[in-house]
Ligand binder design. Structure first.
Ligand code: TXA
Ligand code: MG
Length: 342
């Protein structure tokens, strides 16, 4: 395989993973946000295998991952200058852009919509894979590498826990723990002229950072916004119910539940946790996001009846974290009362 001068030759593992993708197989790979479950974006049968492995409805669009320097015009059309400014500012990095899709991009990756989600991840293993696949000219369709509705994986072990013996999964590349820890910011630029930029999913790259580059503050999605599975209410949920409580109420609630013989697992960031399963996350948005999904997984496995999370600050830079927690909590209302009654 040819590689450009200056970039190191891909490892045997990367070459093999790129070959699996090229033959229609699935490869799980690390990104700086979460691990992805990848397939050749231009091979509808390969993309269908992603849906099959994840148990995900096949009308949900998936993000197409591109190598650095990829040709945006190959994948999308009517690209506004704002998109190119954001690419220059944030790629490779945790920002997904929704653009008008080029006609030849298969329906399978766009969920039948006339748009496509594009992102160039910054993780070196992701870049190596994307650069090796079709000589850097391909696109790898990849949702997060978890079963539909589960917490996204931030380590290769999480991926193995999700897919263990899944025969459709050709390889799992291990790139260590994902540095960002929550999924990319998704910005819809496909209706820029009529609705302006729309923030479909908050993430590490904030609305303000986007505004600083394009001079427009992204709005929030309205009813006409495209469906995004990451925006379903009950997403990112562990199997154990999750509740958020203010620090003032948290320890009292733990004591009440303990008095009823209930086991509680705690995720805190300022409180000193009492005995029992607990994790303390850093009290910064980036540090918290980095540890959040692993913490939810670990507490999910602790055998507790309930996971209680100390409510993080309700500030703009905590938006991504609060968004993921709100979805993890969805459906748990009334659980406290039920546990105290039973
Ligand atoms: O950080 C990330 O974005 C990770 C890593 C693997 O790159 N990927 C990820 O993919 O979170 P997934 O499938 O779990 O979430 C992608 C979100 C979904 O909510 C999907 O509906 C939305 O992106 N999406 C993809 N293409 C879209 C489109 N054309 N229009 C609207 N939403 C789109
Ligand atoms: Mg996902």
């Amino acid at each position: 395989m040819k590689h450009s001068a200056g970039s190191p030759a891909p490892s045997a593992e990367i070459v093999q993973a790129a070959a699996i993708l090229a033959s229609g197989g699935l490869v799980a790979f690390p990104t700086e946000t979460v691990y992805g479950l990848g397939a050749d974006a231009e091979d509808p049968a390969a993309v269908a295998r992603i849906y099959q492995a994840k148990g995900r409805p096949n009308d949900h669009p998936v993000i197409v991952h591109l190598a650095p320097g990829a040709d945006l015009d190959y994948w999308s059309s009517d690209i506004p200058p704002a998109a190119r400014q954001l690419v220059a500012a944030f790629w490779p990095g945790p920002l997904t852009l929704i653009l008008q899709r080029n006609k030849h991009i298969p329906d399978a990756v766009s969920g039948g919509q006339d748009t496509v989600g594009l992102r160039c991840p910054s993780h070196p293993v992701a870049i190596a894979l994307l650069s090796a696949f079709k000589g850097g000219k391909g696109g790898v369709a990849a949702p997060s590498a978890n079963k539909f509705g589960n917490v996204s994986p931030t380590t290769a072990q999480h991926v193995r826990d999700e897919f263990g013996d899944e025969p459709l999964l050709g390889a799992v590349l291990d790139g260590g723990a994902s540095q960002v820890g929550i999924e990319s910011t998704i910005l819809d630029l496909s209706r820029l002229a009529t609705r302006g930029p729309v923030l479909l999913r908050p993430g590490h790259i904030s609305a303000q950072q986007i505004a600083d580059v394009i001079g427009l503050l992204p709005g929030l999605p309205d009813a006409a916004a495209p469906r995004a599975s990451g925006t379903l209410e009950s997403h990112y949920a562990p199997h154990t119910p999750v509740l958020m409580l203010e620090r003032e109420r948290l320890l009292d609630s733990v004591a009440q539940l303990a008095a009823r013989g209930k086991r509680v697992a705690l995720i805190v960031h300022t409180l000193a946790a009492p005995a029992g399963p607990h994790l303390t996350l850093p009290a910064t948005p980036a540090g918290y996001a980095y540890g959040l999904y692993a913490a939810l997984r670990e507490m999910d496995q602790s055998g507790a009846d309930l996971i209680l999370v100390e409510t993080p600050p309700q500030q703009a830079d905590w938006l991504g974290v609060n968004d993921r927690l709100r979805r993890a909590v969805f459906g748990s209302s009334g659980i406290m009362e039920a546990l105290l009654r039973s």
